[in-house]
Design a protein around this ligand. Structure first.
Ligand SMILES: C[S@@+](CC[C@H](N)C(=O)[O-])C[C@H]1O[C@@H](n2cnc3c(N)ncnc32)[C@H](O)[C@@H]1O
Length: 375
């Protein structure tokens, strides 16, 4: 079974045992996601809600009550515990080869970053920078150490964990030069604005650089910059981009407080950042994206489609991650009026678009909110 989509020098060596364990986790997660989870709402209706109603003498009303009613179903509790365990197994399966091969990965990163042939760059934050604790202090989707984990001045483990965990999580369709989120956004932009050729692109919340590398490969004449909060994540992302031979300039920065000048970019994007950043920083990030976008330029935020869940029961079912998968900001992302937030960031209503994007490959889709800066 395929457990990664793109090969490059920053991937750890894996043994037959590693690959077998990763394939087993992929199989378990596929089974849970396709055969078990789709029945959760039915379990709620048949078992959870009636049990809750017997206990309380009325129907559950609030999100908290609906959540409690789900847990009245023993079979739902079994799914929840198994789903959590499978998520933890991702990090064991991805982490063992990363830590076993870390010395080589760190040396490779140093070589790529100092090579005279390097194409991009890495700028760390000035002294005194503290990554935002609302993200740095939480093991979001249970990644050990979280997004900002940095244990030495050579460390790349955080980025390696992110990419390799993501590959197992996404059934082998994880990060790559052909990252599907960036691909879906580019397809949408080309449909709406044929001939679009951005010159300066900024990717906010880039993690290991999957999307940023896709933009750099797709628009080879553009200068691509990418921002995230953690040093080891970005050191990995930079080395990975060099290994893929694409030009990306990575910066350690809070997306809610950018060190770029007004109007520096004609395309500002974020991929899966909206649901992983707290509300106040999300709004500040949207204002910053507007500020650094040039007049006439585009700001595009893509994210998970949980905002389209049609009923409160389905919304609560999707919000499992908030409590059990370290996704601290998932529920505020899903419930907030993001068009209003984009308006408050500076975009007039007629310059805004909110839509659902199809994935490039496979079923399902993404949420997208797009603003065109007047001028
Ligand atoms: C789910 S990851 C998305 C990664 C990448 N864009 C992708 O699509 O694969 C969210 C990223 O946003 C970053 N992030 C969260 N809050 C941030 C902030 N205030 N400034 C910059 N990056 C932030 C996290 O560190 C994490 O790497």
């Amino acid at each position: 079974m395929k457990v990664r989509s793109v090969q490059h020098e920053m991937l750890p060596e894996t043994t037959v045992d590693d690959r077998s364990r990763q394939a087993a986790v992929v199989s378990l997660r596929r089974l849970l996601n396709t055969q078990v989870r789709p029945r959760n709402v039915e379990l709620y209706e048949r078992e959870g809600r009636p049990a809750w109603e017997r206990r309380h003498g009325r129907a559950p009303e609030t999100a908290e009550e609906i959540r409690a009613a789900f847990f009245e179903s023993r079979r739902y509790r079994f799914w929840s515990a198994t789903h959590r365990a499978a998520q933890e197994m991702i990090w064991i399966a991805a982490g063992e080869p990363v830590f076993r091969d870390l010395e080589r990965l760190e040396a490779t990163a140093e070589r790529l970053a100092s090579s005279p042939e390097r194409r991009g760059g890495l700028e760390l934050a000035p002294a005194g920078y503290v990554p935002p604790g609302e993200v740095a202090d939480v093991d979001i989707h249970l990644q050990p150490g979280g997004y900002a984990m940095t244990r030495s001045a050579r460390d790349v483990a955080c980025g390696a964990l992110y990419e390799n965990g993501g590959n197992v999580f996404a059934f082998g369709q994880g990060l790559g030069k052909a990252d599907s989120k960036a691909g879906a956004v580019i397809r949408h932009l080309e449909g709406a604005r044929p001939g679009l050729k951005p010159r300066r692109i900024l990717d906010l919340g880039c993690s290991a650089g999957g999307a940023a590398c896709h933009y750099a490969a797709y628009y080879p004449d553009a200068e691509v910059h990418a921002v995230d909060i953690g040093e080891a994540m970005l050191r990995y992302a930079h080395a990975r981009a060099e290994s893929l031979d694409v030009r990306v300039f990575f910066h350690q920065m809070n997306a809610a407080d950018l060190r770029f000048r007004d109007g520096e970019f004609d395309l500002v994007v974020s991929h899966n950042l909206l649901h992983e950043i707290g509300r106040d920083n999300r709004r500040a990030m949207m204002r910053e994206a507007f500020r650094v976008c040039e007049p006439g330029g585009l700001v595009v935020h893509q994210d998970v489609p949980t905002r389209f869940e049609p009923t409160p029961v389905r919304q609560v079912e999707r919000a499992w991650d908030t409590r059990f998968n370290g996704e601290a900001h998932w529920s505020t992302y899903s419930g907030d009026d993001l068009l209003a937030d984009m308006g408050a960031a500076g975009f007039p209503p007629e310059a805004l678009e909110e839509t659902r994007l199809d994935k490039v490959a496979g079923p399902g889709g993404w949420y997208l909110v797009l603003g065109r800066k007047p001028g």
